[in-house]
Design a protein around this ligand. Structure first.
Ligand SMILES: Cc1ncc(Cn2c(C)c(CCOP(=O)(O)OP(=O)(O)O)sc2=O)c(N)n1
Ligand SMILES: [Ca+2]
Length: 528
C-alpha cells in the first residue's frame, strides 16, 4: 500500500509537475526524502528567487509549476514575487512544510501558525488538509483550482508527519481525473458583440497579457485585420499580446486615467480583451471614458469583470472569444490602415549608453525568437519604442511591479525554453532583490543572459518624485555596486561595458556560449 508521499508524487507526475522549485528546511525533508528518480529539484538560495523562477518557468512553458518552501519564513520570503504571480494569473502550486500535526497548536519552533491565512490575498486558494489521508486529494484539488479560470497560484501546508502515513486506496482515482473549463460566449452573446463591432465607426482593441498567455496572439491579429482597427496594449503589461510592428499596433497605454481616455479619444467602441480595466498606476483623475464611447470587456477573470469601474464585461475563454469574433465580424467595413513608420531613431548619451540605444542594439543583434524578461522600470517606454516583438511568449514583466521577480524569472524561463535564448533586462536597483538566482543559473548550467542596466539610481522613483512633487527624497541612489564581482561570486561569467561596441561584442559572445552570463552596462538615466 502506497504512503501519502508516494500517492502525492503520483498526482504531481500525472499533471507533469516533476520539477520541484524549492529551498528546504527540516519540515520539508520527509517530503523530499521520497522524491522519485524521474523528478528534479531546482534549488534557489532565497524563497523569493525560488517563487519567481517557478513563475518564469510556468509562464514560459504555458502551464503550472510546483514549489516547496520552508514553513512561514520561506512563505514570507516568497510573497514579494507572489504579488506578481497572482495578477499574472500564473497557476503555481505552492507547498510549505508544517510542523508535526499534534504540536502546531503549541506553536513549537517552525509551526506555521494559521498557515492557510498566511499567503492570502496573494493566492486563489489555500489549505492545510484536516488529516494525512486527505493530503493527496488536497494537492489534486490545488492543481485543478490553479488551472481552472481564472488561473492563479494556490498554497497547501502539509505537516511533515503526514508523508509516511498510509494513503487510502481511493487515491488511485486522482491520477486519472481531469477538469477543464468550458466557458465560452453563447451564440447570442457573440452576435451582440460582433454587431457592436460592425456598427462602430472607429472601434479600437485594447489587449492584455491573457491574450499572450492563452496563445491568442494570431487570432487577435485576425480580428484587428478584419476590423481594420488600431490596437493598444493595456497599461503595464506583463506580456506582449500583439506584434509590435503590425500596422495596427499603437503602443502601450499609459497607466493613468485621463491619459488612457485621451489616447482612446475618437473611438466610439473600445474592446478590451484579456486585461483588467485598467491597471492604473500614477493617480491622475479624469474621465474613465471619452464622451459617447462604449467599452466592452472580455476576460476569464470574474473579479476583473466585476471590479472594473466602467463598461460591459463578459467572462469567457479569451482565445475562444477572439477566434469566434474574428470569424463573426464583417471585414472591409473600414479602410485599411497604413503601414507603421520606421522605428524612430534612438537617442544617444555622451556619458553612457542611452537605454533606447541599448534596446536598438538588442533588436539588431538578438535572435528573432529571443525572449525578454524585463525589470528595469524607468526604461519601459524606451523598450517599447525600440523593440520589434513578433512572436508570442517573447516578453515577460512583473505583473504587479514587485521587484526581485525579473532576474529569477529569466532563469526559470530559460529552463522552460531550452530552444530559445532568454535575455533578462534588469535594472541595477531591481537586480539586488533576486540576485541569488545567479547561483542557480550557474549550478544547473542554465544559459540565461542577464543584462544589468546600471544607471546608479532608482530611476523611475526619481521620475515619480517629480510627478508627486516630493522633491529630492532620501534613498534614491544606488551607486557603486559591482555586479561583475557579485556575479562571479555566484559562479557566473560577467563583463562590464560602457560603449555600444563593447556591449555588442559581449552580447554576441554570450549568445555563442551555452552558459549563464551577466553583462553590466553603464546606462544613462533617462526619465520614462
Ligand atoms: C520589492 C520591491 N521593493 C521596492 C519597490 C519600489 N520600487 C523601486 C525600488 C524601484 C526602483 C527600480 O530601480 P531599477 O534600477 O531597477 O530601475 P530603473 O533605474 O530603470 O528605474 S521601482 C519601484 O516600484 C518595488 N516595486 N518592489
Ligand atoms: Ca537603476
Amino acid at each position: 500500500m502506497a504512503d501519502v508521499s508516494q500517492a502525492t508524487y503520483d498526482v504531481l507526475r500525472a499533471h507533469g509537475l516533476t520539477t520541484i522549485f524549492g529551498n528546504p528546511g527540516s519540515n520539508e525533508l520527509p517530503f523530499l526524502a521520497g522524491m522519485p528518480d524521474d523528478f528534479r529539484y531546482v534549488l534557489g538560495l532565497h524563497e523569493g528567487a525560488v517563487l519567481a523562477m517557478a513563475d518564469g518557468f510556468a509562464q514560459a512553458r504555458g502551464g503550472s509549476a510546483f514549489v516547496n518552501l520552508h514553513a512561514a519564513a520561506g512563505t514570507g520570503n516568497a510573497m514579494g514575487p507572489l504579488t506578481n504571480t497572482v495578477y499574472a494569473h500564473s497557476p503555481l502550486i505552492i507547498t510549505a512544510g508544517q510542523q508535526v500535526r499534534s504540536t502546531i497548536g503549541q506553536e513549537v519552533m517552525l509551526a506555521n501558525v494559521d498557515a492557510p491565512m498566511l499567503p492570502k490575498p496573494l493566492v486563489k486558494w489555500s489549505s492545510e488538509p484536516a488529516c494525512a489521508q486527505d493530503v493527496p486529494r488536497t494537492i489534486s484539488q490545488a492543481i485543478h483550482i490553479a488551472n481552472l479560470p481564472a488561473k492563479g497560484p494556490v498554497y497547501v501546508s502539509v505537516p511533515y508527519d503526514d508523508w509516511g502515513q498510509e494513503a487510502p486506496a481511493e487515491t488511485r482515482h486522482l491520477v486519472e481525473r481531469t477538469t477543464a473549463p468550458a466557458n465560452s460566449l453563447s451564440a447570442d452573446q457573440l452576435e451582440t458583440i460582433a454587431e457592436a463591432l460592425d456598427r462602430a465607426r472607429h472601434p479600437v482593441l485594447v489587449l492584455g497579457s491573457e491574450v499572450d498567455a492563452e496563445h491568442a496572439n494570431d487570432e487577435a491579429v485576425r480580428l484587428a485585420d478584419a476590423l481594420n482597427a488600431p490596437v493598444w496594449v493595456a497599461p503595464l503589461p506583463s506580456r506582449c499580446p500583439f506584434p509590435t510592428r503590425h500596422r495596427s499596433f499603437r503602443g502601450v497605454l499609459p497607466a493613468a486615467v485621463q491619459e488612457v481616455t485621451d489616447a482612446l479619444a475618437g473611438h466610439d467602441l473600445i474592446l478590451v480583451v484579456g486585461a483588467a480595466v485598467f491597471r492604473y498606476h500614477q493617480f491622475v483623475p479624469g474621465d474613465y471614458l471619452p464622451e459617447g464611447t462604449r467599452l466592452i470587456h472580455l476576460t476569464s477573470d470574474p473579479s476583473e469583470a466585476a471590479r472594473a469601474p466602467m463598461g460591459d464585461a463578459w467572462v469567457t475563454g479569451v482565445r475562444d472569444a477572439v477566434t469566434r469574433l474574428a470569424d463573426a465580424v464583417t471585414p472591409g467595413r473600414r479602410p485599411a490602415l497604413p503601414s507603421l513608420p520606421d522605428i524612430a531613431p534612438h537617442r544617444t548619451s555622451s556619458e553612457a549608453i542611452h537605454p533606447e540605444h541599448l534596446f536598438a542594439l538588442l533588436r539588431e543583434n538578438a535572435p528573432d525568437d529571443v525572449v525578454y524578461v524585463k525589470e528595469s522600470t524607468s526604461t519601459i517606454g524606451a523598450f517599447w519604442s525600440q523593440m520589434d516583438l513578433s512572436l508570442p511568449n517573447s516578453y515577460f514583466f512583473p505583473a504587479s511591479g514587485g521587484l526581485g521577480w525579473g532576474l529569477p524569472a529569466a532563469v526559470g524561463a530559460q529552463l522552460a525554453l531550452p530552444d530559445r535564448r532568454v535575455v533578462g533586462l534588469i535594472g541595477d536597483g531591481s537586480a539586488n532583490y533576486g540576485i541569488t538566482a545567479l547561483w542557480t543559473a550557474a549550478h544547473y548550467h542554465i544559459p540565461t543572459i542577464i543584462v544589468i542596466l546600471k544607471n546608479g539610481t532608482y530611476g523611475v522613483l526619481r521620475w515619480f518624485a517629480r510627478v508627486l512633487e516630493a522633491g529630492e527624497t532620501p534613498g534614491l541612489d544606488v551607486p557603486g555596486i559591482d555586479f561583475a564581482a557579485i556575479a562571479s561570486g555566484y559562479g557566473v561569467t560577467a563583463t562590464s561595458v560602457r560603449t555600444p561596441t563593447a556591449f555588442v561584442a559581449a552580447f554576441e559572445k554570450a549568445l555563442a556560449g551555452d552558459s549563464p552570463v551577466v553583462i553590466e552596462v553603464e546606462t544613462a538615466f533617462s526619465e520614462p
